[in-house]
Ligand binder design. Structure first.
Ligand code: PRP
Ligand code: URA
Ligand code: MG
Length: 209
């Protein structure tokens, strides 16, 4: 079973409180989502493989460590996942970016896929799927289905706020996928929103409401 890790570093908790606040405007919301994602990326990348290289410091020759050229793809679930892409690229600038478009029907809460564009060699890449919200889990499950259908095998899911319902569903459907969240909240309300959550992440990021 893949792991479920809540990254509750004080800096992450502090910044999450800023964006949970309903008085946080679009500009700050976008900036702080970016900062939290970078803080999370540091630990999500912890098991990236290293290899030895021979270098010379100004003082001596040495055998030093370097990332082993393992290829990474960051795949945001549109729209809200877009807000988390740059935060990872800051630390892993050579990563390629794929996109999966998904919207949740407001009545049924069923996810609908409307766009998939991935790096051609996705099957060779460590994939970081990003989306701020893991609510029922339907969108994440369908996005990971789409990735696996196209050959991806090495997938991690990174979100900001998760609900117990979504964590359970995603782990049942994709037990091989590690899940990283900045918080595990209490429950979903009757409209499928995470409580206490942060509201509609896409609308808050892009100012569409
Ligand atoms: O776990 P689930 O129940 O599937 O809900 C989570 C999804 O809902 C939101 O997207 P939304 O459908 O609002 O699209 P948007 O990002 O374009 O606003 C969010 O960004 C997730 O993708
Ligand atoms: O609370 C929620 C649930 C789904 N999508 C969001 O943007 N927020
Ligand atoms: Mg939305």
């Amino acid at each position: 079973m893949g792991k479920f890790q809540v990254m509750d570093h004080p800096l992450i908790q502090h910044k999450l409180t800023i964006i949970r606040n309903k008085n946080c405007g679009t500009k700050v919301f976008r900036e702080v989502v970016d900062e939290i994602t970078t803080l999370m990326a540091y630990d999500v990348a912890r098991d990236m493989p290293l290899e030895d290289v021979e270098i010379e410091t100004p003082i001596a020759k040495m055998t030093a460590k370097t990332l082993s050229g393992k290829k990474v793809a960051v795949v945001p679930i549109l729209r809200a996942g877009i807000g988390m892409v740059d935060g990872i690229l800051k630390l892993i600038p050579a990563a390629k970016v794929g996109h999966i478009g998904m919207y949740r029907d407001e009545e049924t809460l069923e996810p609908h896929e409307y766009f998939v564009k991935l790096p051609a060699d996705i099957e060779q890449r460590q994939v970081f799927v990003v989306d701020p919200m893991l609510a029922t889990g339907g969108s994440a499950i369908m996005a990971i289905d789409a990735l696996k259908k196209r050959g991806a095998t090495n997938i991690k899911f990174v979100c900001l706020v998760s609900a117990p319902e979504g964590v359970k569903a995603l782990r049942e459907k994709h037990p091989d996928v590690d899940i990283y969240a900045a918080a595990l909240d209490d429950h979903l309300n009757e409209d499928g929103y995470i409580v206490p959550g942060l509201g509609d992440a896409g609308d808050r990021l892009f100012g569409t409401k």
